[in-house]
Write a protein that binds this ligand. Structure first.
Ligand code: SF4
Ligand code: FES
Length: 326
């Protein structure tokens, strides 16, 4: 076991835990943002650098600080390590710079982007970005690419996090896309627009932190904050059949996997559940999906609060006697 202190809060975690995972155990504002790390995907992380933190003490044995900021998603804790995230000015400044860099080529088309309202880059720029850009050179631009019948790629929005590549590698039988080129020529390529055609390909949409990979059956249908997310399930021979339905009235507009508070998929779902089951009676509804209060999706989204109200209030005994008896 190793003891680590993050933003003044101490926690004991198993050896081999990364700083990001340790911070998630604490929760709240000490958790660094993550655009490329994705818990369910092996090898993810280390690409976007938004999770940088300052290690002010390497370990109990070697108390020197680490000379540079480190990516918390791939740096393992050491016993006695002291880490600063939101309490360190250098970290906050670096994060500002990274957001500015990620936005260099990213179009500001949130008003027409289907990911608006659930985009990690939108949240990140809101929390850490600056309102102006210093970039004056020409931006990269790409045509939209159809990845089969259900998925569309807007390469201009891609931040090259590699999550979709790992997803296709790890949960589908074959991968026909990947990152081609290097530096500012890098792009998600599909070799002569090969179709991603297998039962689990739709999951690349869920893992994409921005609006680069979108669901063609949902595109431009609605804004996500006008929909009602509900947990639902069906008997599915291919996957667990546990999903979130995004409905407006009785119309199911979109089906996605269920995601946790860090936007990570709880269980990957198959394409039949995602694209072909758009009738309310295809599903057993479990109830409203919990949405964080800070999320724009929580607007107009009501969940019944669980309140433990005593059936008979704590009144003086004399008053209780006068209550009707059932
Ligand atoms: S398309 Fe999306 S998931 Fe794939 S690398 Fe780009 S940003 Fe990441
Ligand atoms: S989340 Fe750590 S580098 Fe991207």
């Amino acid at each position: 076991m190793a003891k680590v202190t993050i933003d003044g809060i101490e926690i004991e975690v198993e050896d081999g835990t990364t700083i990001l995972q340790a911070a998630r155990k604490i929760g709240g504002s000490v958790v660094p943002p993550a655009m490329c790390y994705y818990g369910p995907l092996k090898g993810s992380g280390g690409k976007c650098r938004v999770c940088l933190v300052k290690v002010t003490q390497g370990s109990a044995k070697d108390t020197r600080p680490m000379p540079k900021l480190v990516a918390s998603c791939i740096t393992q804790v050491q016993d006695g390590m002291v880490v600063e995230n939101t309490t360190n000015e250098e970290v906050l400044n670096a994060r500002k710079g990274i957001v500015e860099m990620l936005l260099i080529n990213h179009p500001l088309d949130c008003p027409i982007c289907d990911q608006a309202g659930e985009c990690s880059l939108q949240d990140l720029s809101y929390e850490h970005g600056v309102s102006a850009t210093r970039y004056e050179e020409e931006r990269r631009s790409f045509n939209k690419v159809d990845l089969g019948p259900y998925i569309q790629l807007h390469m201009t929005r891609c931040i090259l996090c590699y999550r979709c590549v790992y997803t296709a590698d790890q949960i589908t039988p074959e991968r026909v896309h990947g990152v081609l080129g290097r530096g500012d020529a890098a792009e998600i390529g599909t070799y002569i627009e090969n179709v991603i055609d297998n039962d689990f390909s739709g999951n690349v949409i869920d893992v994409c932190p921005v609006g680069a990979l979108t669901d063609k059956t949902w595109r431009f249908k609605n804004r996500v904050w006008f929909t009602k997310p509900m947990d639902a399930h069906r008997d599915c021979p291919t996957c667990s059949g546990k999903v979130t339905l995004w409905a407006r009235g009785e119309e199911v507009l979109r089906v996605t996997a269920r995601k946790d508070q860090y936007n990570e998929v709880e269980e990957f779902i198959c394409n039949t559940c995602r694209f072909d089951k758009k009738e309310m009676n295809d599903w057993t509804i479990e109830g409203p999906r919990h949405i964080d209060r800070q999320s724009v999706i929580s607007a107009n989204h009501y969940e019944l609060p669980v309140i433990n109200v005593p059936i008979v209030p704590n009144l003086p005994t004399s008053t209780k006697k006068n209550l009707p008896q059932h």
